[in-house]
Design a protein around this ligand. Structure first.
Ligand SMILES: Nc1nc2c(ncn2[C@@H]2O[C@H](COP(=O)(O)OP(=O)(O)O)[C@@H](O)[C@H]2O)c(=O)[nH]1
Ligand SMILES: [Mg+2]
Length: 366
């Protein structure tokens, strides 16, 4: 899973990036150099993996991982309707999901590019940039199709006209400020247009960067923004990024003490990652044993055979069946043998839909 982090200059993108990945990228600067994205990995914390690992004491424990790409947007001239530049679009296009960092913290030492802190305004501003980028892309494509029509064969012409009609529809809705993710496109059209990688088709996590003084009112801030941002395919979370970044640099026990003193949730970073999982419809299943306990990421609705292919292509090709135990049952009975005695082990065929938290052993033959 790859997630891009975007937002206005000085909204705290790099601070969020550092907090999520434990990196130490430079904050507080925009220079042409920072146009190169920061890239980092974060483990997806999962108590179930911790518990399985404590039970099996494997040689290796592997958590799911998320890749974060911190993309610095250059300062914009006012009223620009050009959308994002091609290089930035290309960076975002490669990712599955967008985190939009929106500033809510007050700090005199960090002037806001628009003179005041207003999360509602900034959310719309970035949404607009993404929309203009998609419109620009569509216009370019429409122009090229039109040029290609001259001297084209009838079959090509039909295809081109069909594509034009689809793009014109999407364009008309974008012009009414309806992002692609909210256009209720049919599965067929989503498939036919997926190669465009529309910016506004990506699931969007709005990450509100709050100051320390706002920790107690985080829930209200979220609710207020949610009321005005009731969109499918979007999610809103708050994070005190500067504090979380500082905590990520401390030793675990010191960080824990500080959290308690400040009334901070234990897994603020974890909840950002979980929110992006939820947004993408991703779930985890586990493999276990004395060699390795491991989390695997799949889309909700993936069947047992395709899920087996995540582990190894041989397991998908030679798939016979899966032995499935719910994670809580395995932890309760403490061994597969004991779980079997309590009828907690299911044998499932290739069409079984794997659930979040399934502990899976694949039986296969190649
Ligand atoms: N007071 C305060 N300052 C913050 C917070 N988050 C970021 N900053 C500061 O805002 C400035 C810009 O942050 P940075 O992460 O570089 O923003 P970016 O331009 O979006 O990458 C830096 O000086 C940060 O220290 C916060 O939650 N509270
Ligand atoms: Mg930055």
């Amino acid at each position: 899973m790859e997630i891009s982090i975007i937002g206005l200059p000085k909204s705290g993108k790099t601070t969020v990036f550092n907090a999520l990945t434990g990196s130490t990228a430079e904050t507080g600067a925009y220079s042409p150099q920072s146009a190169t994205p920061n890239i980092g990995m974060a483990k997806v914390a999962d108590e179930r993996i911790d518990a399985l690992s404590a039970l099996f004491e494997p040689k290796k424990t592997t958590y799911a991982e998320v890749k974060y790409v911190d993309i610095a947007l250059p300062p914009k001239p006012q009223d620009s309707q050009a959308g994002l530049d091609d290089q930035i679009i290309a960076h975002i296009a490669n990712t599955d999901c967008i985190i939009h960092v929106v500033r809510a913290f007050e700090d005199e030492n960090v002037p806001h590019t628009d003179g005041s802190v207003d999360a509602h305004r900034d959310i719309s501003a970035i949404e607009m940039e993404l929309t203009f980028s998609d419109l620009g892309l569509i216009e370019k494509r429409l122009k090229r199709i039109k040029e290609g029509l001259k001297g084209s064969k009838p079959a090509e012409r039909d295809m081109a006209l069909k594509e034009t009609a689809i793009l014109e529809d999407i364009k008309a809705k974008l012009e009414e400020s309806i992002p692609v993710r909210q256009q209720n496109l049919s599965e067929e059209i989503i498939k036919a247009t997926s190669h465009y990688q529309f910016m506004t088709s990506k699931p969007l996590l709005v990450l509100v960067n709050i100051g320390e003084a706002q920790i107690d009112s985080a829930k209200e801030i979220e609710e207020d923004l949610r009321e005005n941002n009731d969109q499918s395919g979007t999610e809103i979370v708050t994070l005190c990024a500067k504090l979380e970044m500082e905590l990520s640099e401390m030793k675990d026990d010191e960080a824990q003490e500080m959290r308690e003193a400040m009334g901070l949730a234990e897994s603020a970073v974890g909840s950002v990652i979980n929110a992006s999982y939820k947004l993408l419809g991703y779930i985890s299943f586990f493999t276990y044993g004395t060699d390795e306990v491991r989390a695997w990421t799949i889309s909700e609705g993936t069947n047992a055979q395709r899920a087996a292919g995540k582990i190894h292509t041989d397991l998908e090709k030679g798939f016979i069946r899966s032995e499935v135990i719910k994670c809580d049952k395995l932890l309760e009975h403490k061994s597969v043998a004991e779980a079997r005695k309590h009828a907690a082990v299911q044998l499932e065929g290739k069409n079984y839909i794997v659930r979040d938290g399934d502990c899976v052993t694949v039986l296969f033959n190649v």
